[in-house]
Design a protein around this ligand. Structure first.
Ligand SMILES: Nc1ncnc2c1ncn2[C@@H]1O[C@H](COP(=O)(O)OP(=O)(O)OP(=O)(O)O)[C@@H](O)[C@H]1O
Ligand SMILES: [Mg+2]
Length: 331
């Protein structure tokens, strides 16, 4: 028997008049994993989360959560999921504890069960000390944690987190990462939207990149990086005359053509994956050829490189616009 998927999006689209907020997107994710949905502002991330969590209906296509169709059985879906939306949904005038208590009762837990669950969550989210303070006195990071707590009261099997760490300081972000990892270890599935590439890189088992409503790439972080051609070892020779010997020495290790930059005397050796192993081989080859480079380094493409490459046209538009504006300002 094949295992039920955490969620399944089949040729889904959402139109707002002429605007295609999401256009013909198909995606799926296994249970017990983190799925990272990556995209710039306006890409359609929240739109997809809203459809999966029954807050918006698709214009076309179908979406299932744990095998349940979101349009046909929205109530069943709501019982399976937890959602921490992009903007905090907790009540400012209640305390943290009261907020969670109220949600517990909405889930039909009795007073005692609710109390227990609430104190567990406050503890896990390090909010025990602030539990009896009104939320309006909370910092941004505390609100986010409380919001996450609110989505966890009903012990959801799948959690939708829409930009859970946007605007948080690095330490609070790391704490939230830890909490997410812990949840997944205990069997929860997570869909996480983010604009932070390093967050997707760090957490997500599978990543989908969307831009302007379209799915533009999908895979594991290493698969996406491999699309850029893998790792590159670069070294600078001290003297132009060493060039031919150096290139010949390292060519055996290269996976693609070795290139030389005359301006800075840097030789670039594409080495595919396993860059660190190849780095050692290159050092040995240079040593054997009696070449001592000025500098030597390994470059591994980051998800940022992948992202800029994928939405490259847009990034250069931005640069051109910025340059034009700059020129105008200088006049
Ligand atoms: N209710 C709506 N009515 C009209 N247009 C909408 C509506 N909701 C979203 N849109 C549009 O759909 C597109 C996708 O929006 P969405 O909120 O899904 O993007 P996002 O990826 O979540 O962006 P962000 O990173 O800024 O949160 C945007 O162009 C947005 O203006
Ligand atoms: Mg959004």
């Amino acid at each position: 028997m094949s295992e039920v998927l955490a969620f399944e999006v089949n040729r889904a689209a959402k139109y707002f008049g002429d605007l295609k907020a999401l256009d013909d997107v198909s995606l799926s994710s296994k249970q017990g994993t983190i799925f990272g949905l990556l995209g710039p502002n306006g890409a359609g991330k929240t739109t997809l989360v809203n459809m999966l969590t029954t807050l918006a209906s698709p214009t076309k296509g179908s979406l299932k959560v744990l095998g349940v169709d979101v349009v046909e059985h929205p109530d069943t879906v709501r019982n399976l999921i937890g959602l921490a939306g992009q903007f905090a949904a907790v009540d400012e005038y209640l305390t943290g504890e009261e907020n969670l208590y109220m949600i517990g009762r909405l889930y039909h837990l009795n007073h005692k069960e609710t109390k227990k669950r609430v104190s567990e969550l406050l503890e896990d989210l390090r909010l025990t000390d602030a539990a009896r303070r009104q939320v309006k006195t909370y910092s941004g990071g505390m609100r986010r944690r409380l919001d996450l707590g609110a989505s966890l009261v009903g012990r959801p099997r799948i959690l939708f987190l829409d930009e859970p760490t946007t605007g948080l300081d690095p330490r609070t972000r790391l704490e939230l990462w830890e909490i997410m990892r812990e949840l997944v270890k205990n069997g929860t599935s997570i869909l996480l939207t983010t604009q932070y590439l390093e967050e997707a890189d760090e957490l997500a088992d599978h990543i989908a990149v969307i831009d302007r409503g379209k799915l533009i790439a999908e895979g594991t972080s290493s698969q996406l990086k491999a699309r850029l051609g893998g790792d590159v070892v670069e070294f600078e020779i001290t003297n132009e005359l060493q060039k031919d010997v150096a290139v010949a020495a390292v060519s055996g290790v290269a996976t693609k053509k070795v290139t030389y930059n005359e301006d800075n005397r840097v030789i670039s050796v594409p080495v595919g994956s396993h860059g660190s192993t190849k780095l050692t081989e290159i050092v040995r080859a240079l040593d054997k050829a009696k070449i001592v480079p000025n500098s030597l380094s390994l470059h591994q493409p980051t998800l940022d490189d992948v992202f800029l490459n994928l939405i490259g046209a847009k990034a250069s538009d931005v640069a051109t616009t910025a340059a034009k504006l700059g020129k105008r300002a200088r006049r």
